[in-house]
Design a protein around this ligand. Structure first.
Ligand SMILES: [Zn+2]
Length: 110
């Protein structure tokens, strides 16, 4: 896999400056959902859209107006993973994940 750099910004700093990459998979069928930069400690309750690195169609949502963002679904089994929200404290678009909808694995890439 190509080398990917963590995004360094105020959001990362606000969470203590510690990040890792997570492979997000569908809980129902184990299909790959996204490569995600998780900042700071704590459970993964939402996925900020600016932290999705792949696949490209999800990463591209950063450039799309929030109103056009649909539910996050598994492309394989169509299970709904999360719904688009604006995280109010930061006015930051994200997907709020349904409890138990995904499997997370810390990715080796760095
Ligand atoms: Zn699935």
């Amino acid at each position: 896999m190509e080398k990917i750099q963590f995004k360094q910004d105020k959001y990362k700093k606000n969470r203590g400056g510690y990040s890792r990459f997570l492979e997000i998979k569908c809980e129902s069928c184990s299909a790959f959902i996204a490569l995600y930069q998780k900042d700071g400690p704590g459970p993964l309750k939402r996925m900020y859209i600016d932290r999705i690195f792949s696949p490209q169609n999800l990463a591209n949502l950063q450039k799309v107006s929030f109103k056009k963002i649909a539910n996050l679904t598994c492309s394989h089994c169509k299970h709904i993973i999360g719904v688009p929200i604006i995280y109010k404290k930061e006015s930051r678009p994200a997907f709020r994940l349904f409890v138990g909808a995904v499997i997370k694995k810390v990715s080796k890439i760095k």
